[in-house]
Write a protein that binds this ligand. Structure first.
Ligand SMILES: Nc1nc2c(ncn2[C@@H]2O[C@H](COP(=O)(O)OP(=O)(O)O)[C@@H](O)[C@H]2O)c(=O)[nH]1
Ligand SMILES: [Mg+2]
Ligand SMILES: [Zn+2]
Length: 277
């Protein structure tokens, strides 16, 4: 038995990468009965000769849109203008990644479109996210981005027009992905189904589709949302299970009032709570 990773699924054919070689495998019936659906990204035990997947190894995480698993890190491609910077979108993406144990890497684009004072403001905001422990880069940091790919399974995510394809093209000119808002908007509707594929890039793997844009929180509890705001843990509250809303002697609210918590973070927390279970 060998261990490999599923990099593509076309109907019932699973392409398993094993030491750089692809094996077209079927699944054993017992999977279908157990209602376990193999996903792109799954590490599996498979029989090289029979080309049959025998077992799906435990997952680090799994997503349903797109259907993928075992994502290590996500590059949150964040445009600061056209489309305009949104703390709400950024915080939602960070929450989704925290909930799935995916390491987020904030990557700013279009900084060249900001005025000097706007850039200063952006710097301040990003200083806050850095202090939380998040890596913050720009789409000029090609070398750092390449190094981060190594030995990891990554995904690029962010709004249409944020500059995902442009950045991937600059990282690797062989990719030649289509760029520009107009062609994308016309070419690929929201409901067009495409297969998902894990591609090798800079000693790691990257998903060829922008994912995690459907940001729904209704399957998560209020406590899970609260705990995904990593800075809240630092401030002790009187009430053990404090949700930091109307409770008395709340360390988080105090920290907010004293300027230790970015007001937009707290506002987005309250908004996301309302969308949770
Ligand atoms: N000014 C500026 N434009 C950019 C930058 N990055 C991407 N663009 C432009 O933004 C548009 C959308 O980029 P694209 O890569 O297609 O975005 P995607 O939808 O996220 O894949 C294109 O016209 C790019 O040329 C940047 O850093 N600065
Ligand atoms: Mg694109
Ligand atoms: Zn509290």
């Amino acid at each position: 038995m060998e261990q490999g990773q599923i990099v593509k699924i076309l109907s019932d054919t699973h392409f398993v990468n094993w030491n750089g070689n692809l094996f077209e495998c079927k699944c054993r019936g017992k999977f279908r009965n157990a209602k376990v659906t193999p996903l792109v990204g799954d590490y599996v035990e498979f029989d090289k000769e029979k080309q049959v997947i025998e077992k799906i190894l435990p997952r680090r995480n799994a997503f349903d849109r797109p259907l993928v698993s075992n994502i290590d890190q996500a590059f949150l491609i964040t445009s600061v203008k056209h489309p305009d910077f949104s703390t709400n979108l950024l915080d939602k993406l960070l929450v989704v990644m925290e909930l799935h144990h995916v390491r987020p890497i904030i990557c700013l684009t279009k900084l060249d479109l900001l005025t000097r004072s706007e850039r200063k403001e952006m710097k301040k905001i990003m200083h806050y996210y850095r202090k939380l422990g998040y890596r913050v880069l720009t789409n000029r940091n090609l070398w750092q981005i390449k190094m981060l790919f190594r030995h990891k399974t990554s995904v690029f995510t962010g709004q249409t027009g944020a500059g995902k394809s442009s950045l991937l093209n600059r990282l690797n000119s062989k990719l030649q992905l289509e760029t520009g808002e107009i062609s994308l908007a016309l070419g690929r509707g929201k409901h067009t189904t495409r297969h998902v594929e894990l591609l090798e890039l800079f000693g790691g793997k990257v998903l060829d589709t922008p994912g995690f844009s459907s940001l729904e929180f209704k399957n998560y509890s209020k406590e899970q949302i609260r705990d995904a705001f990593v800075e809240f843990r630092k401030f002790p509250c009187d009430f053990k299970d404090c949700m930091h809303l109307k409770e008395r002697h709340c360390g988080v609210k105090d920290a907010l009032d004293s300027g230790y918590i970015l007001p937009s973070r707290y506002e987005n927390y309250v908004k996301i709570l309302k969308e949770s279970r």
